[in-house]
Design a protein around this ligand. Structure first.
Ligand SMILES: [Mn+2]
Length: 355
């Protein structure tokens, strides 16, 4: 019995829908184990069917649980329409993962008497609570990410380019067993570190500069995401005090994480700490986000969010400050929520390192 499909069917029935359709890869993988890049999963109350094309025929039969496989020539949605036994009733589809063109195609593919019901976040809500097996994988992914940090530090010598460091990080992550980096690795030197999502360039490292490294792995389908900031050279008193403030903000946010806490409070803890140091205006993004099969997923850890954390949620805690023209500092860890607090999955040192 596929418990995930069971939980989804309960939700679908609660919405008074008779069937559910997803085309979104992480949801396909989560619900039936399919890792191919093109598929459609139709979940009805008594059966589930994965539609894919001939490229994935062997793979789908090997991977899938709880659903049967239907290999389709041509449009997957036409296949869905033919299989859908409904004469009437409602088919729920994922509004956030269907293009306007796909929606039109779907309308043509199913009978006129079937209502199409856009819905949002049904599978994502299930995915936000990780089971023990998933937490195990996320621990492995986070520990792979953490394990490469010490090996990168000796490469941070004046003259090295951002792209070289990014390439080294991604190489090490893949050598460690990752199928890919979880996102484009961020390496930002000096004033470029004031861009929270800087893209690595050929800019060379100089002495007495901040270095922000933000990287992650996809290991057995699960993402890690972490950031460390170091200083190459001797930091000023001002930069040291900034670093301490971000460290304290990160710790304040982490200490708020527990089952029953609201993500807006976690965000407020980090923000409040930086405001107290007069740095609030430099913290220009949210404190964190859910992490799992995707690098950004539910829940959001941001100002005003009312999401109540539960054991098994995995989130990042990543406050930062960004001072235009000077540089930025961010510290990011992945944590799993427990009844009484959280367990930090990323183990690399958070101490201020001057290289
Ligand atoms: Mn992140």
């Amino acid at each position: 019995m596929n418990e995930r499909l069971h939980a989804l069917r309960t939700k679908i029935a609660g919405l008074r829908c008779s069937a559910f359709l997803t085309l979104h890869q992480p949801n396909l993988y989560y619900l039936c184990g399919f890792s191919g890049s093109s598929g459609a999963l139709l979940v009805e109350q008594r059966r589930a069917t994965l539609f894919t094309d001939t490229r994935y025929a062997i793979q789908a039969r090997e991977e899938i649980f709880g659903a049967s496989v239907k290999i389709v020539q041509g449009s997957l949605l036409v296949g869905v329409g033919e299989r859908l036994g409904l004469g009437r009733g409602s088919l729920a589809f994922e509004a956030e993962h269907a293009s306007i063109a796909q929606r039109k195609q779907l309308r043509r593919a199913v009978r006129k008497s079937v209502k199409l019901r856009p819905c949002i976040g049904l599978v994502e809500a299930l995915r936000s609570v990780k089971d023990d097996f998933e937490i195990q994988k996320m621990k492995m992914s986070a520990s792979l990410g953490s394990s490469i940090f010490d090996g990168v530090l000796p490469l941070l010598r004046p003259g090295v380019r951002e792209v070289e460091i990014a390439a080294e990080i991604e190489y090490k992550v893949r050598r460690g067993g990752a199928s890919a980096a979880a996102f484009e690795t961020i390496v930002a030197f000096g004033e470029r570190s004031a861009l929270p999502h800087a893209r690595a360039t050929t800019r060379k490292l100089r002495r007495n500069e901040l270095v922000v490294l933000d990287w992650g792995a996809i290991l057995e389908n699960y993402c890690s995401d972490m950031t460390r900031t170091v200083f190459v050279g001797k930091a000023s008193v001002r930069v040291r005090s900034w670093y301490r403030a971000v460290q304290d903000a990160q710790e304040a946010a982490r200490s708020k994480v527990r089952g029953g806490a609201v993500t807006g409070e976690v965000d407020a803890a980090a923000r409040g700490m930086l405001e107290k140091r007069g740095l609030g205006r430099f913290f220009t993004h949210s404190t964190g986000h859910g992490l799992g099969l995707e690098v950004h997923e539910e829940p959001r850890v941001a100002r005003g969010q009312t999401f109540k954390l539960r054991s098994g949620n995995v989130i990042t805690i990543e406050p930062g400050i960004y001072v235009e023209g000077t540089g930025g500092i961010r510290i990011e860890d992945d944590v799993v929520v427990t009844a009484n607090g959280c367990e930090v999955l990323t183990s690399a040192s958070r101490e201020f390192l001057e290289l």
